[in-house]
Design a binder for this molecule. Sequence first.
Ligand code: GTP
Ligand code: MG
Length: 413
Amino acid sequence: MEPIVIIGIVAVIAVVAVALIVWGVMKHRSDAAASASSESLPQSDGSPSAGASAVKPAEPADAAVSSPASAVVASSDESTAAVESAVEPTSTAEPAASAPRKETPESATSRIQRLKAKLARSANPFGRALFDILAKDKLTEADWEDVEDTLLLADVGAEASERLVDELRRDARVTGESDPEQVRAALRERLLDLVGRDTDRRLNADRDGANRPSVIIMVGVNGTGKTTTAGKLARLFVADGRSVMLGAADTFRAAAADQLETWGAKVDVPVVRSDKDGADPASVAFEASAKAKEAGSDVLIIDTAGRLQNKANLMDELGKIRRVTEKNLPVDEVLLVLDATTGQNGMTQAKVFAEAIGITGVVLSKLDGSAKGGIVISVQQALGVPVKLVGLGEGPDDLAPFDPEGFVDGILA
Ligand SMILES: Nc1nc2c(ncn2[C@@H]2O[C@H](COP(=O)(O)OP(=O)(O)OP(=O)(O)O)[C@@H](O)[C@H]2O)c(=O)[nH]1
Ligand SMILES: [Mg+2]
């Protein structure tokens, strides 16, 4: 026989042998898998349709109810978790059953951390639209228009939006081309400039050499969050170790003073109010300022009734509240509370309030429910006063100093 034929036969035998070995291994594996899945079925509740994933959680749950100890012994990670969660409610039930205590307001550091994250989330819808545009390789004419529209929709204001986009386009030309990453970095810088990165946003009560008592008057249209903000602000000062007095100069309805009293009671802050409905709000402001002076409080916060900016007599009333208070104490701060969800309508309100009583700062409330954070820019430009605080929720500690960097990063997130 020719050697080549012998080699050929050996090669064929070798290939057949290898094929047989591979087939044998595969068959063994699939048999093992089939027997494993059929073995798991009898452990189920007997339902033929129950698959492995439906069966597993039932075991630890049953075990936890009947015998926690045995569940721990038989434990997988899931069963241990089930036991822990079965035990937890008993231990957490105890504090709930005990008597109510005076609240301790959240510390400034932890509050600011928490609210920064919340602020970033609240501004996001605006950011996402910009992100989509800026994620492109090269910006076209239509993209630039979209950037401007997005700024407009976020209430940045027509003039500011146009100027911002013009400046960015000029920049993009200077730097060569419209690289979205560069545009994003430039946009961040411009937005920070517009928002005012170095603006002094401290409350006047927080400045060195502030008057004592330092007087703050809350004003704004109906339902913007004046009383809530007065309450939250009182908590902020209390958390900082300062003594506070509240004045309920919203005498329009008794419920308003009750509302303020509820805030005061939680942090042990006295509230000066009138006994009768419809009393002169200026007389309550007078009495509150006299009492705060006498008590030597650090801060007096006066809440006023909501009023529409087109009601001339009600706007005059604000001027009177201020003048009467000033017979006892200088007024350091008038905070206009603007509801961020009202968008550009807030601008008209702001201008009229500024004329009637003078405004030293803006509180932008309900920013948690608004994609219109851009009003921060337009309101500051129109009034020339800074946004000092933002309201980011209905929780008692959901009030934070306005932080420009956090705000802009939230927009561009
Ligand atoms: N989500 C959210 N709700 C807020 C915020 N601030 C206030 N609110 C809610 O807005 C509603 C009105 O708040 P108030 O503080 O009573 O408003 P007001 O300006 O005192 O109202 P009037 O005295 O009637 O003019 C309440 O339900 C508050 O809980 C905020 O920052 N975020
Ligand atoms: Mg109120």
